[in-house]
Design a protein around this ligand. Structure first.
Ligand code: ADE
Length: 267
């Protein structure tokens, strides 16, 4: 997978050299390029921002440096594969005004051959850049969540890590992707390591039993309990088709009822 990141703070993206993502780059699984949008400024002061039309606080990023930076990414882009549904690369614009990023979206993006991230700063990028870019990119404003960061860089670090680790070969043991939080719509079960007794806290007995069926059931119940307590909205309306009798009992004791094949939060 090829990933291009455009930012006026390319140093922020240095973290993409570390750990699993850094190793994946070394192995050639991920090709990540970072460009400084200031290199595409038109004046000797390398100006990338200006005052907003209509007034208001803060500054807006000028359109022309962005257009040229985006064009530079396309110059080196691989040719579209024959039969590819939509050959335009995905252009992700991190913004608190975007659709919220989640694991399902991370899986979708992991199928793409080329992702481009445009990190806005200040009050954002001149909106016309996004309109202009539609012809060349599939433009997607994306938010990490309902809070405001100073710019898109931190959001890009999070998204590149979430997507990159789903690219085949990046995570050594693919089974670890199956069991983690959100992979099946539930939060992950709690984990423990040695010693079995630590500062008066014991590991749940069943985990020491060697009974794999009982362990799997216990973990599933913990997932349900935890999801009901911490993220009840994830369970509300969830189909009960894949829940066993004992799973349902756990959900019921955690405040849910079954009606017409779905879980519903009791008032
Ligand atoms: N830029 C500023 N705030 C953001 C957020 N919540 N998500 C993504 N990008 C952002």
């Amino acid at each position: 997978m090829r990933i291009d990141v455009l930012s006026i703070f390319p140093e922020y993206l240095a973290a993409l050299d570390l750990s699993l993502i850094g190793k994946a780059r070394q192995k050639g699984l991920l090709h990540i390029g970072v460009r400084d949008v200031r290199d595409f400024a038109l004046d000797r002061h390398r100006t990338v921002d200006d005052t907003p039309y209509g007034g208001g606080a803060g500054m807006v990023m000028k359109p022309e440096p962005w257009a040229q930076a985006l064009e530079s990414v396309l110059e080196g882009a691989p040719e579209a594969q024959a039969g590819e549904a939509d050959p335009r690369p995905v252009l992700i614009v991190p913004s608190p005004a975007g659709r919220v990023f989640d694991q399902a979206f991370a899986y979708e993006l992991a199928e793409e051959p080329h992702l481009v991230f445009a990190c806005g700063r200040y009050e954002g990028i001149d909106e016309r850049v996004l309109d202009w870019a539609q012809e060349r990119f599939r433009v997607m404003p994306v938010s990490l969540g309902d809070y405001v960061l100073n710019g898109g860089e931190v959001a890009v670090l999070a998204m590149v890590e979430a997507v990159g680790r789903l690219v085949p070969g990046v995570v050594g043991n693919p089974l670890s992707l199956v069991e983690e939080s959100h992979s099946d719509g539930l939060l992950e079960y709690p984990v423990y390591t040695k010693p079995a007794e630590w500062r008066g806290h014991a590991v749940p007995e069943v985990l020491l039993s060697g009974n794999h069926a009982a362990i799997a059931e216990h973990r599933r119940h913990e997932q349900l309990r935890r999801t009901a307590e911490r993220r009840p909205e994830l369970l509300d309306g969830r189909s009960t088709a894949d829940l066993s009798r004992s799973d349902l009992e756990v959900a019921e004791s955690a405040g849910f009822a079954e009606a017409d094949g779905v879980l519903t939060r009791r008032a």
